[in-house]
Write a protein that binds this ligand. Structure first.
Ligand SMILES: [Zn+2]
Length: 147
């Protein structure tokens, strides 16, 4: 894992914690190019009343228009859902770093099948925060994953 990987993983956790403290779903994301974090974001379903503003979508929105994502890495505190995985494929983002996939997962193979490099880092901070949120807000979590 590189220095920028560590910084972006920290940013995902910080974004997730920020959302948790706002009463939202604790899922954060970061987009990097080279050694720079070009955008961060977090799930805003609750904060904005927007069901499609998952952490990854908020991060991509915050990054604004990009000519290409082929030299970018997307980081996410939790394994991406099918909406976000589809966006990753659509935008041809070549590499995704997933902080954890214990609390949610299942689309890793879909990403790999589309030629995307997937790394799972098992970050204990992200695992614990998400598990805590699910225990405290089961109904809100079910709403986010359409369960
Ligand atoms: Zn998603």
């Amino acid at each position: 894992m590189t220095e920028i990987d560590k910084r972006a993983i920290d940013a995902c956790y910080e974004q997730a914690l920020k959302s948790y403290n706002e009463g939202g779903l604790p899922i954060g994301s970061a987009l990097t190019r080279g050694d720079a974090i070009i955008a961060v974001g977090h799930n805003r379903r609750v904060q904005q009343g927007n069901p499609i503003l998952h952490g990854e979508m908020d991060c991509l929105q915050n990054a604004g228009r990009q000519t290409s994502y082929r030299d970018c890495t997307l980081y996410t505190s939790l394994s991406p859902c099918m909406m976000c995985s589809g966006t990753i494929v659509q935008f041809k983002i070549p590499r995704v770093v997933i902080c954890e996939n214990r609390n949610f997962g299942g689309n890793e193979q879909f990403l790999r099948d589309h030629g995307i490099e997937v790394e799972i880092v098992d970050d204990s901070r992200c695992i614990d925060l998400m598990a805590r949120f699910i225990a405290e807000n089961g109904a809100l979590w079910a709403e986010d994953i359409a369960d």
